[in-house]
Design a protein around this ligand. Structure first.
Ligand code: GDP
Ligand code: MG
Length: 202
């Protein structure tokens, strides 16, 4: 399994703010109409431990996110609250835990060629303020690091999507057991992935 590119899988979490704003259907349709296949779906209220583990599955996440955030402050001409990347990430993580456990979320696994990259593209950039028009974040949410930092909260960006295939491969088993993921076929896959278009004309 997961050898042919069409078998690539990615984790998507519809975050508590999106559920509250009744955007579940709106979000699902965007991935579905790309031709990606939904292979796992559940509603859950995550625990703080589950959220912390999710974000720290990659042992480098704390350092990388801290460094990225410090650079982002400086590029805006602002002084970061700390020069220590781990201190910055500790604050981000505290706020992420509060945000992600505030209510139910929808966890999904989507499968298809380039699933990770396509989901990221349609979802849009992490900070909604800069997310491209036409992406989910660009079209459905107003928020920025300036606003979220001001209020000492996580940026409300509606969705989590795995950042890479390696990240997806760690995140999927964190949220789903094997039994909760369904291997099945949909007829449109022939049109999308078969080498020849067959059985169309009589
Ligand atoms: P994502 O994969 O697009 O969600 O982005 P990351 O994995 O880089 O970051 C995960 C989460 O950390 C984001 O959803 C934000 O809540 C938070 N985050 C990342 N970068 C920044 C930043 O520069 N400033 C602040 N305040 N939060 C950030
Ligand atoms: Mg990420």
């Amino acid at each position: 399994m997961n050898t042919h590119p069409k078998k690539e899988r990615t984790l998507v979490i519809i975050k508590p703010d999106a559920v509250q704003r009744a955007l579940i259907g709106e979000i699902i349709v965007r991935y579905e109409r790309l031709g990606l296949k939904l292979v796992g779906l559940k509603m859950t209220v995550p625990s703080e431990e589950q959220v912390e583990q999710h974000y720290t599955l990659d042992p480098n996440w704390r350092r990388v996110t801290g460094e990225k955030t410090i650079a982002s402050y400086k590029s805006r001409g602002l002084t970061p609250p700390s020069e220590d990347p781990l201190e910055i990430t500790a604050k981000i993580l505290k706020n992420l835990k509060k945000y992600m456990t505030a209510g139910p979320v929808i966890c999904m696994v989507w499968e298809g060629a380039h699933a990770v990259e396509l989901v990221r593209k349609v979802t849009g950039g992490t900070e909604p303020r800069g997310a491209a028009v036409g992406t989910i974040r660009g079209d459905f949410v107003v928020d920025s690091y300036i606003m979220s930092d001001n209020d000492d909260r996580a940026v409300r960006n509606l969705i989590h999507g795995s950042g890479s295939v390696e990240e997806a491969n760690m995140e999927i088993p964190h949220w789903f057991t094997k039994d909760e993921l369904i291997d099945y076929k949909v007829s449109r896959e022939d049109v999308m992935y078969e080498a020849e278009l067959r059985n169309i004309l009589p």
